[in-house]
Design a protein around this ligand. Structure first.
Ligand SMILES: [Zn+2]
Length: 428
């Protein structure tokens, strides 16, 4: 297949591919991308050459294991050293439709590859947006790509866009009401501001607004709010995961049990310390290689932690899923070969209402890491610690997937406000 044929591979065929066909397709796309980047993006060429990777010897993502991860900090340095585009963009500045300015500054190009737009149109279609929908887009339209990105994907799907951007909460309510908007894009917190404002103005969200779907993603911990929006207001919700640099990476389906990796995106989960792939089921850093000829960021390190879910999804999509984002690489503590993160512990202990505070402390008295779960009780009265401890250990073990050695009951007030949920006290 030549580049043109592959680029125009129809989406309906893509989603019907078997897992093996899909892997073969992604491998062939990766091979083309690496060759193209090597030819057109001087910085990618230098990185590949330095890692002694010959593009003609790349048959899959495993062949790129020696290519160092490209991180956000690297981007800032590369953009400084080699203006305007850090040697990473394959399109001349004057041939771009738009240029965004992200903190750094990083001059993100408006992506121009058809593959890139197909990926984003897929998200919009998965949410059910099509001709007939009027969608309020509250992502920012200046400096950063989010607003234009969602805007263009919606328009390509036939929907009508109201480019509202952030702010003007009262006006947002009025616009949604009068235009009978059927869809919303933005952050969960801003959506809730608008809903609250609408209720204050005496509107009944179910009756007076026409909202069918709200894509309120991109924030950690939004799950409970999305469930509430669905139950209380009868509005379907969607979550997504992406970055300003590579765009959409994954999105949830109706099952809401992990996010499917978007078409034309290759995700690796690696151990941030060794740079090697983690074992199946383990948590690690999300490394992304999106098939995007205009901005070929090969092995881009997101700094976000998640795991891969490889079991098939009941929704029928073949694409693997990633777990919800468990946090940033810097917040995790690595112990016994695994990363544990506060966001794994929180839901595991949420049901124990008798606890006021808790913390896992990792120590290393000999040659083995030991995990102590320190807990403060709301009241020690009537608590059978001998019965409670095994239950706490069982739940914590399930959450962090590592065995907790003991529970230590500490006096109320010992842990300060805003304490870390997992701390590393190992001395080597
Ligand atoms: Zn699914």
């Amino acid at each position: 297949m030549n580049a043109k044929e592959v680029s125009h591979y129809p989406m309906d065929k893509l989603v019907k591919m078997s897992a093996q066909e899909r892997q073969d397709y992604l491998n062939s796309r990766l091979r083309e991308l690496v060759a193209y980047a090597h030819e057109k993006a001087p910085t990618m060429k230098a990185r590949l050459d330095k890692a002694k990777i010959n593009p003609s010897a790349v048959f899959g993502i495993k062949d790129l294991e020696n290519l160092p991860i490209l991180r956000k900090d690297d981007l800032v340095e590369l953009y400084k050293a080699n203006p305007p585009f850090g040697g990473l963009v394959t399109v001349a500045p004057q041939d771009l439709d738009r240029i965004y300015v992200s903190p750094g500054p990083i001059y993100d190009p408006h992506h121009q590859s058809e593959t890139f737009w197909r990926r984003h149109t897929q998200l919009v279609a998965a949410l059910g947006f099509r001709k007939g929908d009027i969608v309020v887009n509250t992502w920012s339209y200046h400096l950063v790509p989010a607003g234009h990105l969602i805007d263009e994907a919606l328009r390509r799907s036939g929907a009508t866009v109201v480019p509202m951007g952030v702010g003007n909460t009262e006006l947002q309510v009025d616009v949604m009401h009068k235009l009978k908007a059927t869809g919303f894009f933005g952050t969960t917190s801003f959506f809730m501001n608008i809903i609250n404002k609408a209720e204050e103005a005496g509107l009944d969200i179910r009756k007076d607004l026409n909202l069918r779907v709200a894509c309120i993603g991109g924030e950690m911990g939004g799950g409970p709010i999305r469930s509430m929006v669905e139950e209380k207001y009868g509005i379907a919700t969607g979550d997504l995961y992406g970055t300003a640099d590579v765009g959409l990476i994954a999105f949830d389906c109706k099952e809401k049990n992990g996010m499917h990796i978007a078409e034309d995106v290759i995700v690796e989960i690696i151990n941030p310390e060794t740079g090697k792939a983690v074992e199946p089921g383990e948590t690690g850093e999300i490394i992304v290689t999106a098939i995007d000829e205009a901005y070929p960021l090969i092995r881009f390190g997101t700094g976000d932690l998640a795991g891969i879910i490889s079991e098939p999804c009941p929704c029928g999509r073949i694409a693997s899923r990633i777990t919800r984002i468990l946090g940033r690489v810097g917040d995790a503590v690595r112990t016994r070969g695994m990363f544990i993160h506060p966001r794994q512990l929180e839901p595991a202990l949420a049901g124990f209402t008798e606890l006021s505070k808790y913390q896992i402390v990792v120590t290393r008295p000999g040659h083995r890491d030991e995990l102590t779960l320190k807990v403060e009780l709301k009241s020690a009265e009537g608590i059978d610690k001998d019965a409670l401890s095994p239950k706490l250990i069982k739940s914590a073990n399930e959450g962090i997937r590592i065995k907790v050695d003991r529970v230590d009951y500490i006096a109320a007030g010992t842990l300060p406000e805003g304490h870390k949920l997992i701390i590393d006290e190992r001395v080597y």
